[in-house]
Ligand binder design. Structure first.
Ligand code: HOZ
Length: 428
Protein backbone atom coordinates (compact mmCIF):
# COMPACT_ATOMS: atom_id res chain seq x y z
CA UNK A 1 0.00 0.00 0.00
CA UNK A 2 1.56 3.31 -1.06
CA UNK A 3 0.97 6.41 1.03
CA UNK A 4 3.34 8.60 -0.99
CA UNK A 5 0.74 11.30 -1.67
CA UNK A 6 -0.16 11.54 2.03
CA UNK A 7 3.53 11.90 2.90
CA UNK A 8 3.94 14.67 0.37
CA UNK A 9 0.80 16.45 1.59
CA UNK A 10 2.02 16.22 5.18
CA UNK A 11 5.38 17.74 4.25
CA UNK A 12 3.59 20.57 2.45
CA UNK A 13 1.08 21.10 5.29
CA UNK A 14 3.91 21.30 7.81
CA UNK A 15 5.22 24.43 6.06
CA UNK A 16 2.04 26.35 6.83
CA UNK A 17 0.17 24.64 9.67
CA UNK A 18 1.76 23.95 13.09
CA UNK A 19 2.65 20.26 13.11
CA UNK A 20 0.98 19.92 9.72
CA UNK A 21 -2.45 19.34 11.29
CA UNK A 22 -5.32 21.37 12.67
CA UNK A 23 -5.93 19.08 15.65
CA UNK A 24 -3.02 17.31 17.37
CA UNK A 25 -4.20 13.68 17.58
CA UNK A 26 -4.31 13.58 13.77
CA UNK A 27 -0.52 13.99 13.61
CA UNK A 28 -0.03 10.29 14.66
CA UNK A 29 2.52 11.40 17.28
CA UNK A 30 1.54 8.74 19.78
CA UNK A 31 1.56 5.90 17.23
CA UNK A 32 4.43 7.17 15.10
CA UNK A 33 4.56 7.54 11.32
CA UNK A 34 2.95 10.17 9.13
CA UNK A 35 -0.76 10.97 9.12
CA UNK A 36 -2.96 9.74 6.29
CA UNK A 37 -4.65 12.54 4.34
CA UNK A 38 -8.23 11.75 3.42
CA UNK A 39 -9.81 12.70 0.14
CA UNK A 40 -13.38 11.48 0.52
CA UNK A 41 -15.55 9.04 2.41
CA UNK A 42 -18.74 7.13 1.75
CA UNK A 43 -20.74 4.96 4.14
CA UNK A 44 -18.33 3.04 6.38
CA UNK A 45 -15.27 3.73 4.21
CA UNK A 46 -12.58 6.41 4.10
CA UNK A 47 -10.52 6.92 0.92
CA UNK A 48 -7.11 8.55 1.19
CA UNK A 49 -5.08 10.76 -1.14
CA UNK A 50 -3.38 7.65 -2.60
CA UNK A 51 -6.67 5.91 -3.37
CA UNK A 52 -6.45 3.45 -0.45
CA UNK A 53 -9.72 2.45 1.23
CA UNK A 54 -10.12 2.04 5.00
CA UNK A 55 -12.99 0.75 7.13
CA UNK A 56 -13.63 3.70 9.43
CA UNK A 57 -13.77 3.26 13.22
CA UNK A 58 -13.64 6.96 14.06
CA UNK A 59 -16.82 8.31 12.43
CA UNK A 60 -15.31 11.83 12.72
CA UNK A 61 -15.01 11.13 16.46
CA UNK A 62 -18.65 10.22 16.81
CA UNK A 63 -21.12 12.16 14.69
CA UNK A 64 -21.17 10.19 11.41
CA UNK A 65 -23.70 7.80 12.89
CA UNK A 66 -25.32 6.92 9.54
CA UNK A 67 -21.92 6.71 7.85
CA UNK A 68 -20.25 9.26 5.61
CA UNK A 69 -21.96 11.30 2.88
CA UNK A 70 -25.37 10.00 3.96
CA UNK A 71 -27.71 11.10 1.16
CA UNK A 72 -30.48 12.76 3.21
CA UNK A 73 -27.94 15.04 4.91
CA UNK A 74 -26.10 15.79 1.66
CA UNK A 75 -29.33 16.74 -0.11
CA UNK A 76 -30.53 18.89 2.80
CA UNK A 77 -27.17 20.68 2.98
CA UNK A 78 -27.13 21.36 -0.77
CA UNK A 79 -30.61 22.88 -0.64
CA UNK A 80 -29.78 24.98 2.40
CA UNK A 81 -26.53 26.26 0.84
CA UNK A 82 -28.46 27.65 -2.14
CA UNK A 83 -30.34 29.95 0.26
CA UNK A 84 -27.08 31.35 1.77
CA UNK A 85 -24.35 29.92 3.94
CA UNK A 86 -24.88 32.36 6.84
CA UNK A 87 -27.28 35.14 7.79
CA UNK A 88 -26.17 36.37 11.22
CA UNK A 89 -29.92 36.60 11.90
CA UNK A 90 -32.39 34.02 13.20
CA UNK A 91 -33.89 31.34 10.94
CA UNK A 92 -36.77 28.88 11.31
CA UNK A 93 -34.45 25.87 11.14
CA UNK A 94 -32.94 26.85 14.50
CA UNK A 95 -36.39 26.44 16.03
CA UNK A 96 -36.94 23.07 14.33
CA UNK A 97 -33.75 21.59 15.75
CA UNK A 98 -34.20 23.16 19.20
CA UNK A 99 -37.83 21.97 19.38
CA UNK A 100 -36.86 18.43 18.40
CA UNK A 101 -34.27 18.23 21.18
CA UNK A 102 -36.40 19.96 23.82
CA UNK A 103 -39.39 17.74 23.05
CA UNK A 104 -37.39 14.51 23.09
CA UNK A 105 -34.82 14.97 25.87
CA UNK A 106 -36.79 15.27 29.11
CA UNK A 107 -34.67 17.71 31.09
CA UNK A 108 -33.53 19.89 28.20
CA UNK A 109 -36.05 22.70 28.58
CA UNK A 110 -34.03 25.30 26.67
CA UNK A 111 -31.04 24.87 24.36
CA UNK A 112 -28.50 27.32 22.94
CA UNK A 113 -26.58 26.43 19.76
CA UNK A 114 -22.85 27.17 19.52
CA UNK A 115 -20.10 26.06 17.12
CA UNK A 116 -18.20 23.28 18.89
CA UNK A 117 -18.13 21.09 21.95
CA UNK A 118 -15.39 23.32 23.38
CA UNK A 119 -17.66 26.35 23.16
CA UNK A 120 -20.50 24.40 24.72
CA UNK A 121 -18.53 23.31 27.79
CA UNK A 122 -16.91 26.73 28.30
CA UNK A 123 -20.31 28.39 28.11
CA UNK A 124 -21.99 25.85 30.40
CA UNK A 125 -19.39 26.34 33.14
CA UNK A 126 -19.57 30.14 32.83
CA UNK A 127 -23.35 29.90 33.10
CA UNK A 128 -23.16 27.63 36.15
CA UNK A 129 -20.80 30.10 37.82
CA UNK A 130 -22.96 33.10 36.96
CA UNK A 131 -26.14 31.38 38.10
CA UNK A 132 -24.75 30.06 41.39
CA UNK A 133 -22.45 32.95 42.28
CA UNK A 134 -19.72 30.36 43.03
CA UNK A 135 -16.31 30.20 41.31
CA UNK A 136 -14.91 26.68 41.50
CA UNK A 137 -15.89 23.63 39.51
CA UNK A 138 -14.89 19.97 39.59
CA UNK A 139 -13.64 17.96 36.62
CA UNK A 140 -12.39 14.39 36.51
CA UNK A 141 -8.84 13.37 35.66
CA UNK A 142 -8.67 12.03 32.10
CA UNK A 143 -11.97 13.62 31.10
CA UNK A 144 -11.64 15.98 28.16
CA UNK A 145 -14.02 18.89 27.71
CA UNK A 146 -12.37 20.66 24.80
CA UNK A 147 -9.51 23.09 24.98
CA UNK A 148 -10.92 25.87 27.17
CA UNK A 149 -8.23 27.05 29.64
CA UNK A 150 -9.89 25.83 32.80
CA UNK A 151 -10.37 22.29 31.39
CA UNK A 152 -6.73 21.70 30.40
CA UNK A 153 -5.79 20.27 33.73
CA UNK A 154 -5.21 16.52 33.73
CA UNK A 155 -7.16 16.45 30.47
CA UNK A 156 -7.69 13.27 28.48
CA UNK A 157 -7.70 12.80 24.69
CA UNK A 158 -5.07 14.61 22.60
CA UNK A 159 -3.59 16.38 25.61
CA UNK A 160 -2.57 13.16 27.36
CA UNK A 161 -1.77 11.47 24.04
CA UNK A 162 1.01 14.01 23.60
CA UNK A 163 2.06 13.77 27.25
CA UNK A 164 0.82 17.25 28.22
CA UNK A 165 -2.39 16.70 30.13
CA UNK A 166 -1.98 20.13 31.75
CA UNK A 167 -1.09 22.84 29.23
CA UNK A 168 1.37 25.71 29.59
CA UNK A 169 -0.47 28.98 28.99
CA UNK A 170 -3.15 28.20 31.56
CA UNK A 171 -2.49 30.68 34.37
CA UNK A 172 -2.30 29.58 38.01
CA UNK A 173 -5.18 32.00 38.65
CA UNK A 174 -7.38 30.02 36.26
CA UNK A 175 -6.14 26.61 37.37
CA UNK A 176 -6.89 27.24 41.06
CA UNK A 177 -10.63 27.20 40.41
CA UNK A 178 -10.55 23.78 38.74
CA UNK A 179 -10.80 21.00 41.32
CA UNK A 180 -9.82 17.49 40.28
CA UNK A 181 -11.53 14.23 41.16
CA UNK A 182 -10.99 10.65 40.02
CA UNK A 183 -13.60 9.03 37.78
CA UNK A 184 -15.49 6.14 39.47
CA UNK A 185 -14.30 7.27 42.94
CA UNK A 186 -17.42 8.52 44.70
CA UNK A 187 -15.83 8.64 48.15
CA UNK A 188 -12.95 10.78 46.91
CA UNK A 189 -15.43 13.11 45.25
CA UNK A 190 -17.50 13.37 48.42
CA UNK A 191 -14.37 14.27 50.39
CA UNK A 192 -13.39 16.93 47.83
CA UNK A 193 -16.83 18.52 47.93
CA UNK A 194 -16.74 18.49 51.74
CA UNK A 195 -13.55 20.58 51.65
CA UNK A 196 -15.25 23.31 49.60
CA UNK A 197 -18.84 23.28 50.86
CA UNK A 198 -19.92 26.71 49.56
CA UNK A 199 -17.55 27.25 46.63
CA UNK A 200 -18.42 24.70 43.95
CA UNK A 201 -20.64 25.96 41.14
CA UNK A 202 -20.63 22.81 39.04
CA UNK A 203 -19.35 19.31 38.53
CA UNK A 204 -18.69 18.57 34.86
CA UNK A 205 -18.22 14.99 33.73
CA UNK A 206 -18.04 12.82 30.66
CA UNK A 207 -20.55 10.42 32.24
CA UNK A 208 -19.21 7.68 29.95
CA UNK A 209 -15.69 8.90 29.18
CA UNK A 210 -14.40 8.45 25.64
CA UNK A 211 -11.21 10.46 25.96
CA UNK A 212 -9.11 8.04 28.01
CA UNK A 213 -10.41 5.20 25.96
CA UNK A 214 -13.98 4.20 26.57
CA UNK A 215 -14.70 3.75 30.29
CA UNK A 216 -17.90 2.63 31.95
CA UNK A 217 -19.38 4.08 35.14
CA UNK A 218 -19.40 1.57 38.00
CA UNK A 219 -22.66 0.72 39.73
CA UNK A 220 -23.88 3.63 41.84
CA UNK A 221 -21.26 6.15 40.68
CA UNK A 222 -23.48 8.36 38.53
CA UNK A 223 -26.40 7.97 40.97
CA UNK A 224 -24.13 9.03 43.86
CA UNK A 225 -22.84 11.96 41.83
CA UNK A 226 -26.40 13.16 41.16
CA UNK A 227 -27.27 12.92 44.86
CA UNK A 228 -24.11 14.73 45.93
CA UNK A 229 -24.95 17.62 43.59
CA UNK A 230 -28.51 17.77 44.93
CA UNK A 231 -27.29 17.73 48.54
CA UNK A 232 -24.85 20.60 47.95
CA UNK A 233 -26.77 22.68 45.43
CA UNK A 234 -24.13 22.01 42.79
CA UNK A 235 -25.05 22.17 39.11
CA UNK A 236 -24.38 18.82 37.43
CA UNK A 237 -23.12 19.15 33.84
CA UNK A 238 -23.06 16.06 31.63
CA UNK A 239 -20.63 16.50 28.75
CA UNK A 240 -22.36 14.40 26.10
CA UNK A 241 -20.30 15.73 23.21
CA UNK A 242 -19.36 12.15 22.33
CA UNK A 243 -22.21 10.15 23.85
CA UNK A 244 -25.21 12.37 23.05
CA UNK A 245 -27.51 10.85 20.39
CA UNK A 246 -24.96 8.01 20.08
CA UNK A 247 -25.40 5.66 23.03
CA UNK A 248 -29.09 5.95 22.28
CA UNK A 249 -31.15 8.98 21.34
CA UNK A 250 -31.10 10.09 24.99
CA UNK A 251 -27.33 9.64 25.37
CA UNK A 252 -25.99 8.66 28.80
CA UNK A 253 -28.95 10.30 30.48
CA UNK A 254 -31.37 8.02 28.66
CA UNK A 255 -29.19 4.91 28.99
CA UNK A 256 -28.63 5.24 32.74
CA UNK A 257 -31.82 7.13 33.68
CA UNK A 258 -29.99 10.01 35.32
CA UNK A 259 -30.74 13.63 34.55
CA UNK A 260 -28.11 16.35 34.63
CA UNK A 261 -28.92 20.03 35.14
CA UNK A 262 -27.01 21.12 32.05
CA UNK A 263 -25.92 18.99 29.09
CA UNK A 264 -23.36 19.81 26.43
CA UNK A 265 -23.47 18.41 22.91
CA UNK A 266 -21.04 18.58 19.99
CA UNK A 267 -20.73 17.83 16.32
CA UNK A 268 -23.53 15.25 16.24
CA UNK A 269 -25.99 18.18 16.53
CA UNK A 270 -24.73 19.22 13.08
CA UNK A 271 -24.34 15.71 11.58
CA UNK A 272 -20.58 16.31 11.57
CA UNK A 273 -20.63 20.01 10.73
CA UNK A 274 -19.07 22.42 13.24
CA UNK A 275 -21.83 22.67 15.84
CA UNK A 276 -22.20 22.35 19.58
CA UNK A 277 -24.97 23.14 22.03
CA UNK A 278 -25.69 23.45 25.72
CA UNK A 279 -29.07 23.06 27.27
CA UNK A 280 -30.93 22.02 30.38
CA UNK A 281 -33.09 23.44 33.16
CA UNK A 282 -35.05 26.50 32.03
CA UNK A 283 -34.31 28.49 35.20
CA UNK A 284 -30.56 28.13 34.57
CA UNK A 285 -30.72 28.59 30.80
CA UNK A 286 -32.80 31.76 31.11
CA UNK A 287 -29.80 33.25 32.89
CA UNK A 288 -28.02 33.47 29.51
CA UNK A 289 -28.02 36.72 27.50
CA UNK A 290 -30.17 38.33 26.17
CA UNK A 291 -32.65 37.34 28.94
CA UNK A 292 -30.04 36.96 31.64
CA UNK A 293 -26.72 38.54 32.59
CA UNK A 294 -24.33 35.72 31.54
CA UNK A 295 -22.91 36.67 28.15
CA UNK A 296 -22.38 34.25 25.28
CA UNK A 297 -22.70 34.94 21.56
CA UNK A 298 -21.53 34.00 18.04
CA UNK A 299 -22.24 34.98 14.45
CA UNK A 300 -22.07 31.38 13.27
CA UNK A 301 -24.17 29.99 16.12
CA UNK A 302 -27.26 28.33 14.66
CA UNK A 303 -25.72 28.39 11.19
CA UNK A 304 -28.48 27.45 8.70
CA UNK A 305 -26.53 24.70 6.94
CA UNK A 306 -25.39 23.09 10.15
CA UNK A 307 -28.91 23.27 11.65
CA UNK A 308 -30.42 21.66 8.56
CA UNK A 309 -27.86 18.85 8.60
CA UNK A 310 -28.34 18.23 12.32
CA UNK A 311 -32.12 18.27 12.09
CA UNK A 312 -32.07 15.76 9.23
CA UNK A 313 -29.86 13.34 11.16
CA UNK A 314 -31.52 13.67 14.57
CA UNK A 315 -35.04 13.34 13.16
CA UNK A 316 -33.98 10.08 11.50
CA UNK A 317 -32.39 8.77 14.70
CA UNK A 318 -35.52 9.63 16.70
CA UNK A 319 -37.72 7.78 14.23
CA UNK A 320 -35.43 4.77 13.69
CA UNK A 321 -34.18 3.58 17.10
CA UNK A 322 -33.19 0.28 15.46
CA UNK A 323 -30.06 2.13 14.26
CA UNK A 324 -28.76 1.98 17.84
CA UNK A 325 -29.49 -1.73 18.23
CA UNK A 326 -27.74 -2.48 14.95
CA UNK A 327 -24.61 -0.48 15.84
CA UNK A 328 -24.47 -2.04 19.33
CA UNK A 329 -24.81 -5.53 17.90
CA UNK A 330 -21.99 -4.93 15.38
CA UNK A 331 -19.86 -3.50 18.17
CA UNK A 332 -20.52 -6.58 20.29
CA UNK A 333 -19.35 -8.75 17.37
CA UNK A 334 -16.10 -6.76 17.32
CA UNK A 335 -15.77 -7.15 21.08
CA UNK A 336 -16.37 -10.91 21.01
CA UNK A 337 -14.08 -11.38 18.03
CA UNK A 338 -11.24 -9.46 19.69
CA UNK A 339 -11.70 -11.43 22.92
CA UNK A 340 -11.32 -14.70 21.03
CA UNK A 341 -8.21 -13.51 19.19
CA UNK A 342 -6.47 -11.96 22.18
CA UNK A 343 -7.23 -14.85 24.53
CA UNK A 344 -5.75 -17.26 22.00
CA UNK A 345 -2.70 -15.04 21.70
CA UNK A 346 -2.38 -15.05 25.49
CA UNK A 347 -1.44 -11.41 25.89
CA UNK A 348 -2.75 -9.06 28.60
CA UNK A 349 -5.63 -6.90 27.40
CA UNK A 350 -8.88 -5.23 28.42
CA UNK A 351 -11.82 -4.35 26.23
CA UNK A 352 -14.34 -1.74 27.37
CA UNK A 353 -17.54 -1.41 25.40
CA UNK A 354 -20.89 0.27 25.66
CA UNK A 355 -23.30 0.55 22.72
CA UNK A 356 -21.28 1.55 19.66
CA UNK A 357 -18.21 2.76 21.61
CA UNK A 358 -15.34 0.41 22.35
CA UNK A 359 -11.65 0.55 23.27
CA UNK A 360 -8.83 -1.93 23.59
CA UNK A 361 -6.14 -1.55 26.26
CA UNK A 362 -3.06 -3.76 26.46
CA UNK A 363 -2.99 -4.23 30.23
CA UNK A 364 -4.13 -6.91 32.67
CA UNK A 365 -5.71 -4.35 35.03
CA UNK A 366 -9.36 -3.29 34.70
CA UNK A 367 -9.46 0.13 33.01
CA UNK A 368 -11.81 2.20 35.18
CA UNK A 369 -10.13 5.61 35.58
CA UNK A 370 -7.24 7.77 34.34
CA UNK A 371 -4.52 5.92 36.29
CA UNK A 372 -5.56 2.51 35.01
CA UNK A 373 -5.96 3.87 31.45
CA UNK A 374 -2.31 4.94 31.60
CA UNK A 375 -1.16 1.35 32.33
CA UNK A 376 -1.75 0.20 28.74
CA UNK A 377 1.34 -0.94 26.80
CA UNK A 378 1.62 1.76 24.12
CA UNK A 379 4.13 -0.21 22.02
CA UNK A 380 1.56 -2.95 21.55
CA UNK A 381 -1.08 -0.38 20.72
CA UNK A 382 1.21 1.30 18.16
CA UNK A 383 2.01 -2.00 16.47
CA UNK A 384 -1.62 -3.07 16.45
CA UNK A 385 -2.70 0.32 15.07
CA UNK A 386 -0.20 0.22 12.18
CA UNK A 387 -0.87 -3.44 11.40
CA UNK A 388 -4.58 -2.63 11.17
CA UNK A 389 -3.94 0.48 9.07
CA UNK A 390 -1.94 -1.58 6.57
CA UNK A 391 -4.86 -4.00 6.50
CA UNK A 392 -7.23 -1.15 5.58
CA UNK A 393 -8.81 -0.52 8.99
CA UNK A 394 -8.62 3.02 10.37
CA UNK A 395 -8.62 3.04 14.18
CA UNK A 396 -8.12 6.12 16.39
CA UNK A 397 -4.38 6.96 16.31
CA UNK A 398 -4.21 7.02 20.11
CA UNK A 399 -4.89 4.47 22.84
CA UNK A 400 -6.70 7.23 24.76
CA UNK A 401 -9.48 7.62 22.21
CA UNK A 402 -12.63 5.54 21.92
CA UNK A 403 -13.50 3.83 18.65
CA UNK A 404 -16.87 4.80 17.17
CA UNK A 405 -18.91 2.51 14.94
CA UNK A 406 -21.36 3.74 12.33
CA UNK A 407 -24.59 2.27 11.02
CA UNK A 408 -23.21 1.81 7.50
CA UNK A 409 -20.90 -1.00 8.67
CA UNK A 410 -22.11 -4.27 7.16
CA UNK A 411 -21.70 -7.85 8.41
CA UNK A 412 -19.06 -8.22 5.74
CA UNK A 413 -17.15 -5.15 7.03
CA UNK A 414 -17.16 -6.65 10.52
CA UNK A 415 -15.84 -9.98 9.20
CA UNK A 416 -13.13 -8.16 7.23
CA UNK A 417 -12.20 -6.16 10.34
CA UNK A 418 -11.86 -9.30 12.44
CA UNK A 419 -9.82 -11.07 9.76
CA UNK A 420 -7.55 -8.00 9.68
CA UNK A 421 -7.37 -8.07 13.48
CA UNK A 422 -6.37 -11.75 13.42
CA UNK A 423 -3.44 -11.07 11.10
CA UNK A 424 -2.53 -7.91 13.05
CA UNK A 425 -2.56 -9.67 16.41
CA UNK A 426 -0.62 -12.66 15.04
CA UNK A 427 2.19 -10.23 14.18
CA UNK A 428 2.36 -8.69 17.69
N1 HOZ B 1 -9.05 14.48 20.49
C1 HOZ B 1 -10.16 14.62 19.59
C2 HOZ B 1 -11.21 13.58 19.86
N2 HOZ B 1 -11.38 13.27 21.20
C3 HOZ B 1 -9.68 14.50 18.19
C4 HOZ B 1 -10.16 15.59 17.36
C5 HOZ B 1 -9.57 15.58 15.96
O1 HOZ B 1 -8.37 15.45 15.83
O2 HOZ B 1 -10.32 15.72 15.03
Amino acid sequence: MSTANSKQLFAEASKYIPGGVNSPVRAFKSVGGDPIFMERAKGAYLYDADGNAYIDYIASWGPMIMGHAWEPVIEAVQKAAEKSTSFGAPTEMEIELARLIVQEIPNVERIRMVNSGTEATMSAVRLARGFSGRNKFVKFAGNYHGHGDSFLIKAGSGAVTLGHPSSPGVTPGTAKDTLLAEYNDLEGLQALVAQHPEDIAAIIIEPVPGNMGCILPEKGFLEGLRKLCDDHNIILIFDEVMTGFRLGFGGVQGTFGIEADLITYGKVIGAGLPVGAYGGRADIMEYVAPNGPVYQAGTLSGNPIAMTAGYTLLKHLRDEPSVYEQMASRCMQIENGLHDLLKTKGMPYQINRIGSMISLHFTDQAVRDFDSAKLGDNQHFKDFFHNMLREGVYLPPSAYESWFLNAALSEDDISKTLEAAKRSIDKL
